[in-house]
Design a protein around this ligand. Structure first.
Ligand code: FES
Length: 108
């Protein structure tokens, strides 16, 4: 694990089928999602307007924006429903014991 990874939260805080918003000073908020035990991290802010995706529900690998109803894949970051048409940034995850660490440089 390189120094770009920052501790985000405990795995216990993100049960399967749930999400959690985490914030780091100087960075956009990140949404952590637990899809059947696999952890993903994407931008928390909807690409349509500035709504927090942590307010929406997670169904399988997709999270819903509560403001206008777009769905995004937490695996690819891509929107699957209008009106959003830009993908979310994705972030690498490192699991150490029950700790979730995130690389704050988006996956390119
Ligand atoms: S702010 Fe998310 S769909 Fe409009």
């Amino acid at each position: 694990m390189d120094n770009d990874y920052k501790y985000a939260c405990s795995l216990k805080e993100v049960k399967p089928g749930t999400t959690k918003k985490v914030c780091f000073p100087g960075y956009a908020p990140i949404l952590i999602a637990n899809v059947d035990g696999t952890i993903y991290a994407v931008d928390d802010t909807c690409t349509h307007e500035d709504s927090s995706l942590s307010l929406g529900c997670l169904k399988q690998d997709k999270v819903k924006c509560t403001l206008h109803g777009s769905w995004f894949s937490v695996v690819t970051g891509e929107p699957t429903e209008d009106p959003a048409d830009e993908p979310l940034e994705r972030y690498s995850i490192y699991l150490r014991h029950d700790e979730i660490w995130i690389n704050l440089t988006p996956i390119s």
